[in-house]
Design a protein around this ligand. Structure first.
Ligand code: NAD
Length: 279
């Protein structure tokens, strides 16, 4: 199965399907990521906050897969927004991952009510990490349209992606539209709603008709919409299931039916980025 690559606005490219490691316990991360690499995943999404960068690095190192075939993302933790902490913690991430560069480094949360409302100097420090290639691309996560507009207006540098919560019950359409308007790609986190979407009858009917699973249908819906996804699982069979997305497609009617499950902000699983303030 070949995973498509999407072009980022900075000239780099990104595999549309990856593997997320949120809530994978640090002592099980190396084995879990090793299994994901064996299944075929080449794009791994971790974060300083997840505490498992070291395990990701161990799996990458022992895999024998050439570095240029891998795409590794990590994210700035909430306590590291001061520019000096951006640089220090980025060095620590590289050390933990055992890498000389990451493919993508993201501001994890904008925290607009912290740091005197200044996420712009944080963004500026992030953008400087691309100068020597230690971060190939930089981007943001959980940015609302006003946060996005502000960093772009004040620095002139476009994030490569905005990684936000998106799944059928929370389409997050205003943010996706703002991303598209600025020319940056949407990465959809919790793409299967952490499993909560899988017993939905509309998705179940489509899955049954196509001879696919609800997880595959939901992930394929994201792919058809052009978003990047990295479902998480600790089970090899599910990793395989979630990887098998590129030998079928959904009709426009099926895509619309799934999009119709959107419950607006009532469908959110995670916190609202406008008020989330945990450091
Ligand atoms: P997800 O939507 O990927 O769901 C994962 C859960 O769904 C698993 O724990 C498992 O219980 C279940 N599952 C997975 N595959 C399944 C299958 N085929 N059949 C049945 N059940 C299955 O949720 P997630 O882990 O929250 O999100 C994916 C990734 O997004 C994370 O690992 C992380 O990398 C990223 N993420 C980022 C943020 C952010 O703030 N930037 C927040 C949350 C997640």
């Amino acid at each position: 199965m070949t995973v498509p690559s999407l072009s980022l606005n900075d000239g780099h490219s990104i595999p549309q399907l990856g593997f997320g490691v949120f809530q994978v316990p640090p002592d099980q991360t190396a084995a879990t990521v090793t299994a994901a690499l064996e299944v075929g995943y080449r794009h791994i999404d971790t974060a300083q906050m997840y505490g498992n960068e070291k395990g990701v690095g161990e799996a990458l190192a022992t895999s024998g897969i050439p570095r240029d075939e891998l795409f590794v993302t990590t994210k700035l933790n909430n306590m590291n927004h001061a520019p000096d902490d951006v640089r220090r913690s980025f060095d620590e991430s590289l050390r933990a991952l055992g890498l000389d560069h990451v493919d993508l480094f993201l501001i994890h949360w904008p925290l607009p009510t912290q740091y005197d409302g200044d996420y712009v100097s944080t963004w500026k420090a992030m953008t400087e990490l691309t100068a020597d290639g230690r971060a190939k691309s930089v981007g943001v996560s959980n940015f609302e349209p006003d946060h996005l507009a502000r960093v772009i207006d004040e620095t002139g540098v476009l994030p490569a992606v905005n990684q936000v919560e998106v799944h059928p019950r929370f389409g997050n359409e205003a943010v996706r539209a703002a991303n598209a308007e600025h020319g940056l790609l949407t990465e959809a986190w919790s793409p299967i709603g952490q499993g909560s979407i899988l017993d939905d009858p509309t998705i179940g009917e489509i899955a049954e008709r196509l001879g696919r699973t609800p997880a595959q249908v939901t992930l394929r819906w994201h792919v058809e919409r052009g978003d990047i996804v990295f479902p998480k699982s600790m089970h090899r069979e599910r990793m395989q299931e979630n990887f098998a997305l590129f030998d079928f497609d959904l009709s426009p009617d099926d895509v619309s039916a799934i999009s119709g499950l959107d419950r607006g902000s009532a469908g959110r699983i995670g916190p609202d980025p406008a008020t989330f303030d945990r450091i």
